[in-house]
Design a protein. Structure first.
Length: 318
């Protein structure tokens, strides 16, 4: 699962590097592919009725589409990837807060500490990376990027994403586990919304078609390199997002958020290593803090202690 996330990060980096502001065409391609696959294999060409009421999918899709579009436009406002990840690392805290307010949940002290450690570790790594990026010369210096609007967009996407996770959790508890159905409707229903972004998608499709041609492996034909990157991104994203939707039916929204956040953390580490950015002592500290927080959340120590206690009891019986 995490390996797929690294592959997605790899292809997205190349797409975004060569064509800044291409988030809408990337999202449209992903949604179209997943919707087509679901229409054929899950909805049986529209003949299968949904197990979860359609109105609930409309609500879920509205939130999902809003988060995707807002995140894409945040990148268009020249927000750096590290800053974007810093905000996204707050999804765990946002999920806990909304879970307490909406679902009246209460967690153990260990859970609170573990989430705080994971968030802190990711924040340390991303803030150090952001400083490295900020120290590099930029061609856009001196421009005004509306900082308040950028922060507002990222905050909205963060809270809306956490609310969507809680909404999914309540639906699956009420109507049962239907991950493939939810995957299909979450990607099919938003497609008409892309009509609002048609001009942007068309402009970037033209730019993609004008990119340098490369040989496509196995097929043996030439294709514009940007379309090749996009195709690989779509395929790896499909595998990844399908795993996430299966996870939402098996775990609580907080656990899902933790897994997705750790996936983003691995993508960040991959980006640092791939672009050969300095991996400082602070990066090592952040990684260690994330690792400790993850072990605390999964209660590995309790499992090891229980297993060790069981081995001792069996030894006494023998």
């Amino acid at each position: 699962f995490d390996t797929i996330s690294v592959q997605i990060n790899y292809y997205f980096i190349f797409i975004f590097r060569d064509s800044p502001g291409c988030g809408n065409i990337v999202t449209f391609a992903q949604f179209s592919f997943i919707a087509l696959e679901g229409f054929i294999f899950e909805a049986n060409f529209g003949r299968k009725k949904p197990a979860i009421p359609f109105s609930n999918y409309v609500i879920m899709v509205t939130m999902y589409f809003a988060v995707s579009v807002v995140n894409n436009y945040a990148l268009n406002f020249n927000i750096s990837m590290p800053l974007h990840m810093i905000f996204r690392s707050g999804s765990l805290i946002a999920n806990i807060i909304l879970g307490i307010i909406i679902l009246k949940k209460r967690y153990t002290i260990t859970k609170y500490v573990s989430i705080a450690l994971v968030s802190l570790g990711i924040f340390i790594c991303t803030i150090m990376t952001a400083k490295q990026v900020a120290s590099e010369p930029s061609a856009n210096e001196g421009e005004s990027f509306y900082p308040f609007l950028r922060i507002a967009m990222l905050t909205f996407a963060l809270l809306m994403s956490a609310r969507m996770g809680i909404f999914q959790e309540t639906l699956y508890k009420k109507y049962g586990k239907h991950s493939k159905e939810a995957l299909f409707y979450n990607h099919c229903l938003p497609l008409p919304g892309f009509l609002l972004l048609a001009s942007d998608i068309y402009n970037h499709s033209v730019l993609f078609s004008q990119s340098a041609p490369v040989d496509v492996p196995v097929i043996g034909i030439k294709a514009p390199v940007m379309w090749l990157y996009l195709s690989m991104n779509v395929l790896t994203q499909y595998v990844c997002i399908r795993g996430v939707f299966i996870l939402t039916t098996e775990c609580t929204s907080l656990t899902v958020t933790l897994v997705v956040t750790l996936r983003k953390f691995i993508s960040l580490i991959f980006s640092i290593m791939y672009f050969r950015n300095p991996f400082t002592v602070w990066h090592w500290i952040g990684t260690l803090v994330v690792f400790i927080g993850t072990l605390m959340y999964t209660e590995v120590w309790n499992s090891v202690r229980t297993l060790h206690r069981g081995d001792k009891e069996e030894a006494k019986k023998d």
